[in-house]
Unconditional design. Structure first.
Length: 248
């Protein structure tokens, strides 16, 4: 077989795979997802490394805030399967889906299924709360959060306590999310990790008219930049910490 023929076969194979899949997740959603994974890991590691890495912990928190805020807004103005109205279901449909899932009935959704949609909301809420609470934090030793000066020391300690306790609930939700992804692969042979990397799902899982054809990337870039600038403005104009708050 000549190299020319091998090239033609390779091209045909690529085209065949492209036709066998349809795009569901836009590029901003995929970048958001993996950036959030990295930011959460960075926040956890820098916290465990101790006070010397506090500033890196804070920057990881800033990243989480911007990412969560972006995803909330993108859920309103993003592409088809990124929008909340397209994947959030009512209680009846969610319960029906859960019942069918237990009964072994395979009912697929191009984007998030009803239970996955609830997990998305839970994780966004928990991560958003966790990162915002950290802005007011105080370790009573050396470090304080950038918005510590906006509240009393006593209230800061209350918020810090919630920040610490919420971590365990957040860790549980993340573990449940990972288990669900693994279960989809084992029991339904659905590779959700690959879909969140490529943005594509098998042709049979995405009905006609459900595929997306644009990522609205420039809108996402402008939105992310605006949210980052807004957070920077808030932090830079935050009230100064009291003298007994420790060094920042």
């Amino acid at each position: 077989m000549s190299s020319y023929e091998e090239t033609l076969i390779s091209v045909d194979h690529v085209q065949s795979n492209a036709l066998a899949e349809r795009k569901v997740w836009d590029l901003p959603v995929r970048i958001f997802h993996w950036s959030l994974v990295g930011a959460v890991i960075a926040a956890f590691v820098t916290n465990k490394l101790g006070v010397r890495y506090f500033k890196f912990h804070v920057w990881a928190g800033y990243t989480v805030i911007v990412l969560v805020a972006f995803r909330l807004v993108w859920g309103l103005v993003g592409t088809r399967h990124a929008r909340f109205w397209n994947f959030l279901r009512g209680p009846l449909e969610t319960l029906t889906y859960a019942r069918d899932l237990v009964a072994g009935k395979d009912r697929g959704y191009p984007g998030h299924n009803p239970l996955g949609a609830l997990m998305v909301l839970a994780l966004l809420a928990a991560l958003g709360a966790q990162s915002v609470l950290g802005l007011f934090g105080n370790d009573e030793i050396y470090n304080v959060g950038p918005l510590y000066g906006a509240v009393s020391k006593e209230f800061s300690l209350v918020l810090t306590s919630i920040h610490r306790q919420l971590f365990y609930w957040l860790a549980g939700a993340i573990a449940l999310h990972v288990l669900a992804v693994v279960a989809h692969k084992i029991f339904k042979n659905e590779n959700l990790v690959r879909a969140m990397i490529t943005g594509r799902k098998p042709h049979h899982a995405v009905p006609d008219g459900e595929a997306i054809h644009s990522s609205r990337l420039w809108l996402a870039i402008l939105l992310a930049a605006g949210l980052a600038a807004g957070l920077a403005f808030i932090v830079l104009h935050a009230p100064a910490a009291a003298a007994d708050a420790g060094d920042f």
